[in-house]
Design a protein. Structure first.
Length: 211
């Protein structure tokens, strides 16, 4: 059940979820919805260039009621719609907020590269998702998505032995390029509740201004 009105925030917290194609963004959004839907009011905006595939996945898996999930078809590179011209995403977010008065809005970017970042006119904080199948060199390559995101998630750590990725190297290199910004390593197969990311989100919610 969503938290009662007396404990609600004065403004929905908006979190962007970005990262390369196949890194597990949609799976992470699904996990966050499943874990938090009984304590928070949530809505989701997904972005795909031409399809509604990610929104369809969330609806098919029943992570939220259908009306709480909106798909944006960007028709352009994903970073354009989340950083440069945010109009379509902003309209989608504001429509969901008007209808549902949520505590938390998740905006998932379409798959993009390491330069992808969200405009802070659209979101309050951003999560960037990598996966170990890309190789343990990826964190040290940097790029704004890796170095500036409010939380870096290195996903699919269960695959590390299969692809020859060294998790200690990834952890060390992420710390080197991110400084004090947090990084978590997870496997949604082994941790389907995405607890490290949920813990970070709860911290973001606690720091938000209460009503």
């Amino acid at each position: 059940m969503p938290i009662p009105a007396a404990g609600r925030r004065c403004r929905a917290l908006r979190i962007g979820v970005g990262g390369p194609v196949g890194s597990g963004k949609t799976a992470l959004v699904a996990a966050l919805c499943r874990t938090l839907r009984d304590e928070l009011s949530l809505v989701v905006v997904t972005n795909d260039i031409y399809t509604t595939e990610d929104a369809d996945f969330l609806r098919t898996n029943g992570v939220l009621p259908d009306e709480r999930i909106t798909a944006v078809r960007t028709g352009c590179c994903p970073h354009t719609a989340i950083r440069d011209d945010i109009t379509a995403n902003l309209d989608a977010v504001e429509e969901l907020i008007a209808r549902h008065d949520p505590d938390l809005v998740l905006v998932e970017s379409g798959g993009d590269n390491l330069t992808a970042t969200f405009s802070y006119g659209l979101i309050d904080a951003q999560i960037f998702v990598l996966d170990v199948a890309g190789g343990d060199k990826v964190p040290r390559k940097g790029g704004p998505g890796v170095t500036r995101s409010d939380l870096l998630v290195i996903n699919k750590v269960d695959l590390a032995p299969l692809v020859g990725a060294d998790l200690d190297v990834m952890r060390r290199d992420a710390a080197a390029v991110r400084g004090d910004l947090p990084t978590v390593l997870i496997s949604l197969r082994d941790q389907p509740d995405a607890e490290p990311v949920v813990s970070w989100l709860r911290g973001q919610l606690r720091r938000a201004t209460p009503r």
